[in-house]
Design a protein around this ligand. Structure first.
Ligand code: HEC
Length: 256
């Protein structure tokens, strides 16, 4: 056999080995690409429920999360509400409570907690007035429990506020209650206390400023029927792509 021909056989073997390994790699890539995994929130035909997200096994508790039985998490001791905080109230806690309260509670309860927030002014069921004797007399953990589980027409805030924040808001409710019932005796002696009327006069506000604010009567409020036809006529005026959005969505859903 000449050197030339043995060389060409060697080349041929090398080329076919390379080809086989390329083919094998392609096979690998295929597997990785089409990995039979579940993508969060995406549907599946694998489970009868059509959901790829699996429910947790009932009674499962993640390590370090068995906290169902502490006062910090329930606001209850022997199933009773208590008039004590599970941790010391500092200025930092109150400021956090104030911030969270102003975000989540004022729409219904108002900034001073009289239950007359903007949503209530516009027709929602009157929210509790924290200065009302019945609510004032409640132990502090009652407020925590109300936020945790909701109360009558009020939805719960457990997902928006963690336990620490719910306690901070409860503490801030107490501060609000104090603020609306404070007397001169509550401030250090020698403090110069001015009435709201005096302050507003100095600031040059209108004489009505210290009085209860009354919202102007709503005028020209369209009826539900009028609003509906208004929406319909607006929809007609929209470009076709926007107009068809709901139908497109429905189609998309069907072919997912
Ligand atoms: C969407 C409106 C709404 C929001 C927002 C809201 N509440 Fe309420 N809240 C209500 C209504 C309505 C009631 C009265 C419920 C009833 O009597 O059916 C109420 C009642 C209460 C009461 C009194 C319960 C009692 O014993 O009578 C407390 C305390 C309270 N809310 C705290 C809060 C706190 C704290 C927040 C913020 C985390 C909050 N609420 C956010 C609507 C709201």
């Amino acid at each position: 056999m000449s050197i030339h021909s043995s060389n060409s056989i060697f080349r041929w073997a090398l080329a076919s080995a390379a080809l086989v390994s390329v083919a094998m790699m392609a096979g690998c890539r295929q597997d990785m690409q089409n990995e039979p995994k579940m993508i969060p929130q995406r549907g599946t035909t694998f489970f009868a429920s059509g959901r790829s997200v699996r429910p947790q096994v009932l009674g499962t508790v993640a390590r370090g999360q068995l906290d169902a039985d502490t006062y910090f998490h329930t606001g209850l001791i022997n199933n009773q509400e208590q008039d004590k905080m599970p941790f010391p109230v500092t200025m930092e806690v109150l400021l956090r409570g104030q911030e969270r309260y102003n975000i989540y509670c004022t729409p219904c309860h108002s900034r001073v907690g009289n239950g007359r927030g903007m949503i209530v002014e516009r027709g929602y069921k009157p929210a509790g007035d924290y200065h009302d004797a019945r609510i004032l007399d409640k132990p502090i953990s009652h407020y925590f429990v109300v936020m945790t589980h909701g109360y009558g027409a009020m939805p719960d805030y457990a997902s928006q506020l963690n336990a620490q924040d719910r306690w901070a808001v409860a503490a801030y409710i107490r501060a609000l209650q104090l603020s609306q019932h404070a007397t001169i005796q509550d401030v250090p002696s020698g403090t110069n206390v001015q009435t709201l009327a005096e302050v507003s006069q100095q600031m040059g506000y209108s004489p009505n400023f210290p009085q209860e604010w009354v919202l102007p009567e709503l005028t020209n409020v369209p009826s539900a029927g009028e609003m509906k036809s208004d929406v319909a006529s607006h929809k007609k005026a929209m470009p076709a792509t926007t107009q068809n959005a709901p139908e497109n969505n429905a189609l998309h859903k069907g072919t997912k």
